[in-house]
Ligand binder design. Structure first.
Ligand code: AMP
Ligand code: ZN
Length: 476
């Protein structure tokens, strides 16, 4: 029986995982800043968290999962300078900040559903937790860890003896050198960070701001996660996830705030981070503008689950590149896998009721155990997929045994393989023409028209599904 081992950034090694509370695991995942579409690099962070959660369940744990939605306070610059990303997007688009936040939160949730990422138990929106954030800053203030300068209230990192635990010395030095260049002049230490930013008295008025004991303003990005995690999970909790880019600043700051405010150390047992998804040698990033979103893939008739398959085919910690070759490879492999799964389901259905002895009980047990030990080894999904391929190709296993294993594996991989059905397409000239028009609109990135057609069909009771052979429709 395998025991779970996860790589923990706190200590920088794989460690055996046991939850704080028997049988229950509490996880917090840093969520999106909702000023634009989440790109496929962002999606990697949530597919990883989803596999983690499903794996824990497969190992018998109950999971409580929180993902936050950052709709205020994330600045264009990590050193507390620059504009609020949300306010900037509102100025550019003419929509209100609230409209932008709502729209991109909705799109984000739709995208997660298409990727079979389960919704968390709690969606925690930063603007719904202003009181909790102010209260946490007050606790830090009472402990003498804060100071005020002209543009806000800052955390004094020299009061936190453990500052920088997630960092290697080199990271810390590079970080501080960078901060020295960019820092607000009046900060006491280069690494100090804003807890509460005061609304500027001149310049355009912010759409999102709140009264506080320090004056009107808005919370810093890091305090959001500390306050929401404490509220919805309690401190300490088991696992905190995010992309590697969060290690040097966001998570480093979350740790010192939470530990000082609560007096609990460590505030989180395991810090787990996904590696970057790259494109053309660069990290996919909203600020660099080299983004691909799920809609772009769907416009090319790529089933979102092909992206899930592609992501699972690399270990979550490893940096990987999204290229058209890799995408085509994943598309072909996933289509083969689906065909196998459809065959298995059809054969198993034909065999049902025939009784008969199981041909490969020992093989079933062995494959199941190898699948589980791959996942137990720091979520080695490429290895787990290799075992899945062995199952569908096996000559020893009967269809019903294959089906049993596919169901078990798909509870974690969520690739739509359990009980896959052959797709039968009804035909209707008018609907087919609308479908074609929608594809064309998407190819031209006219997503508004594409959505309009989908909504029109939906109103008629027709659902569109993006399958491995492209989009199809069916009557709901
Ligand atoms: P953001 O909306 O920028 O706060 O990012 C949301 C999540 O996506 C965070 O956990 C980031 O670390 C992660 N992320 C952003 N870009 C990438 C990328 N190119 N590859 C993998 N993860 C990313
Ligand atoms: Zn966070």
């Amino acid at each position: 029986m395998s025991t779970l081992q996860f790589y923990n950034a706190l200590g920088r090694k794989k460690q055996a995982f046991e939850p704080l509370e028997a049988g229950r695991v509490r996880i917090y995942s840093c969520g999106p800043t909702v000023y634009s579409h989440q790109h496929i690099g962002n999606m990697r962070a949530y597919v990883f968290a989803d596999v983690l959660k499903r794996t824990l369940r497969a190992f018998g744990f109950e999971v409580r999962h929180v993902i936050n939605v950052t709709d205020v306070g994330h600045l264009t610059d990590d050193a507390d300078a620059g504009a609020d990303k949300m306010e900037l997007a509102a100025q550019r688009s003419g929509e209100s900040v609230w409209e932008i936040a709502d729209r991109f939160t909705r799109i984000f949730k739709d995208d997660l559903a298409k990727l079979h990422v389960e919704p968390p138990d709690v969606w925690a929106r930063a603007t719904d937790h202003i009181a909790e954030q102010i209260e946490m800053i007050q606790r830090l203030e009472a402990r003498g860890a804060t100071y005020a300068i002209s543009d806000g209230i800052y955390f004094d990192t020299s009061t936190a003896p453990h500052y920088g635990e997630l960092l290697q010395n080199v990271d810390l030095e590079a970080q501080q050198a960078q901060d020295r260049i960019e820092q607000a002049q009046a900060k006491r230490n280069p690494a100090d960070f804003a807890l509460w930013k005061l609304s500027p008295s001149d310049g355009p008025r912010r759409q999102m701001e709140w009264p506080s004991p320090w004056g009107r303003g808005f919370p810093g990005w890091h305090i959001e996660c500390s306050a929401m995690a404490e509220k919805h999970l309690g401190v300490p909790f088991d696992i905190h996830t995010g992309g590697v880019d969060h290690i040097p600043v966001h998570h480093t700051n979350e740790i010192v705030q939470t530990e000082l405010a609560t007096g609990v150390r460590p505030c989180v047992r395991f810090w787990m981070h996904n590696g970057w998804l790259m494109m053309d040698g660069e990290k996919i990033s909203k600020s660099k503008g080299n983004t691909i979103v799920l809609d772009d893939l769907e416009a090319k008739q790529v089933d979102p689950l092909v992206l899930r398959y592609f992501l699972l085919n690399t270990h979550y910690r490893q940096q990987t590149s999204f290229t058209s070759d890799a995408l085509e490879g994943a598309r072909a492999a996933y289509a083969r896998l689906r065909r196998h799964a459809v065959e298995v389901a059809a054969e198993a259905a034909a065999e049902a009721g025939q009784g008969g002895e199981s041909r490969g009980a020992a093989v079933v047990g062995e494959l199941s155990e190898r699948f589980r030990s791959a996942l137990a080894d720091d979520l080695n999904t490429p290895q787990a997929l290799a075992v899945l391929w062995e199952v569908v190709r096996s000559r020893e296993l009967g269809s019903r045994e294959k089906q049993q294993l596919l169901r078990e594996f798909d509870a974690v991989l969520a690739l739509g393989l359990a009980d896959a059905q052959p797709e039968v397409q009804e035909s209707d000239a008018r609907i087919d023409a609308l479908m074609a028009e929608r594809q064309q609109a998407r190819a031209q990135r006219d997503f508004a028209r594409a959505d309009e057609i989908r909504d029109q069909l939906r109103a008629e009771g027709i659902e569109i599904e993006d399958g491995p052979e492209g989009p199809r429709w069916r009557r709901a």
